[in-house]
Design a protein around this ligand. Structure first.
Ligand code: FEO
Length: 165
């Protein structure tokens, strides 16, 4: 059974938001690389790939339901962040906004009595808890490091080990 118009619209908007997230993290990855922070750049590049997967999950779900995803323009993202802490604070702020979007989508699926969409969104609800936690952990480390060069170097080494799940 096809998605109704309201859910179709909301899922199209979510695909766009996930692809915008991918673009945001790719820009952060480029900025970190340009500053010689290859580990931070790697972490953001893995995040970029994850966001594309999020978009594809919704895209494939829409196709499965017999709807045609509408791919809209992706808005510009910032190009540079003053410090790694600024970048991760922006990351957390953005992920909190995405969590709100997912929660609103779920509420709409409940309102529309679309049980399959509710089931599909459960994965995203769990994922957002993880995404916020990951960003918060790095913010905590950076806050402790307090701009110290050796600390940044060590954290950069640690983040270089992040691999695609
Ligand atoms: Fe796809 Fe980072 O939320």
């Amino acid at each position: 059974m096809k998605l109704n118009k309201k859910l179709e619209e909301a899922l199209n908007a979510q695909i766009n938001a996930e692809l915008w997230s991918a673009y945001l993290y790719l820009a952060m990855s480029a900025d970190f690389s340009a500053k010689g922070l290859g580990g931070f750049a790697n972490w953001m590049f893995v995040q970029f790939n994850e966001e594309q997967e999020h978009a594809m999950k919704i895209f494939n779900y829409m196709v499965q339901r017999g709807n045609k995803p509408d791919l809209r323009p992706i808005a510009k993202v910032e190009k540079t962040w003053k410090t790694p802490l600024d970048a991760f604070k922006s990351t957390l702020k953005h992920e909190i906004e995405v969590t709100k979007m997912i929660n609103d989508l779920y509420a709409l699926a409940v309102e529309e009595k679309d049980y399959a969409t509710q089931s599909m969104l459960k994965w995203f609800i769990d994922e957002q808890v993880e995404e916020e936690e990951q960003a918060q952990e790095i913010i905590d480390s950076l806050t402790l490091i307090n701009g110290d060069g050796v600390g940044i170097y060590q954290l950069d080494k640690k983040l270089s080990k992040r691999e695609q799940d």
